[in-house]
Design a protein around this ligand. Structure first.
Ligand code: SAM
Length: 242
């Protein structure tokens, strides 16, 4: 990506409530599965603008919670969002590939694929407290053979697998899949609705060539999702070290 393309991408991806599909109910489901309460240490790895950081802060009132993110304006958005919770909830600009804290839960929505599922889980193992877990959402193919529309949507992520493939990558990292659930349909609509509004707004502001290209690319992603909304999914996976 050239600097102009990167700037245009982040002009589109700014002032959005979140940067990928997921809901507060998904966060709560993971906490319930793990029975997590009390004075825990929690990391939201790649927290984006902080939607799940805020949910974690509400759901775990006694926990110390850190959001980690490498894009500065997402860090600023996340910080503003969790300011009402005081110093127990923070957002820092840092690279999630090198963790030096110790956590009871590492939450990672739609970002572990940047490290690779197996590689990321292996790298995070030493940052988990005894009994700790990683909860992550990951692109997943349907059980039935995926059609052209599904493959077109995921064409920039050739490493994608079905759920069995995710299980194999988790196992290869030395973890078990404790539980999983699908993120499909409504959470994607809820993610794309503000992205579409932002595309429409920016198109009305005489965008330059780089921004027009970014707007076209984002529009294509939404249109491709609309072609197979019941088959384009993330799996939310709870992984615990063996
Ligand atoms: C699809 S977005 C998801 C953001 C957020 N979890 C959410 O659901 O709104 C992926 C995020 O991963 C961040 N990211 C990618 N690689 C990273 C790294 N090595 N360290 C920290 N953040 C990273 C990106 O900047 C981006 O905000």
């Amino acid at each position: 990506m050239t600097p102009e393309q990167r700037a245009a991408f982040f002009t589109v991806h700014r002032d959005l409530p979140r940067e990928g599909p997921g809901t507060p109910q998904d966060v709560q489901w993971a906490l319930d599965q793990l029975g997590l309460t009390g004075a825990l240490d929690v990391l939201d790895a790649a927290c984006g603008p902080g939607a799940d950081l805020e949910t974690l802060a509400r759901a775990l009132p006694d926990a110390r919670i850190t959001g980690m993110e490498k894009v500065q304006h997402f860090v600023a958005a996340a910080r503003a969002r969790v300011a009402p919770f005081g110093p127990r909830v923070t957002a820092i600009e840092a690279d999630m590939s090198a963790l030096d804290g110790s956590y009871d839960l590492i939450w990672c929505a739609g970002a572990l694929y940047f490290l690779g599922v197996t590689e990321g889980l292996q790298g995070w193992r030493s940052a988990l407290n005894p009994g700790g877990a990683v909860a992550f959402s990951e692109p997943v193919l349907p059980d039935t053979p995926p059609g052209d529309a599904v493959m077109a949507f995921w064409q920039e992520y050739p490493q994608i697998t079905d759920l069995n493939g995710i299980r194999a990558r988790v196992t290869a990292a030395g973890y078990n899949v404790q539980a999983h659930r699908m993120i499909v349909g409504a959470p994607w609509e809820a993610y794309y609705t503000p992205v579409q509004a932002r595309i429409d707004m920016l198109r009305g502001q005489n965008p330059d060539a780089a921004l027009r290209a970014a707007l076209d690319e984002n529009q294509q992603e939404i249109d491709r999702w609309r072609a197979a909304p019941d088959q384009i999914a993330y799996a939310l996976v709870i992984a615990t070290p063996v």
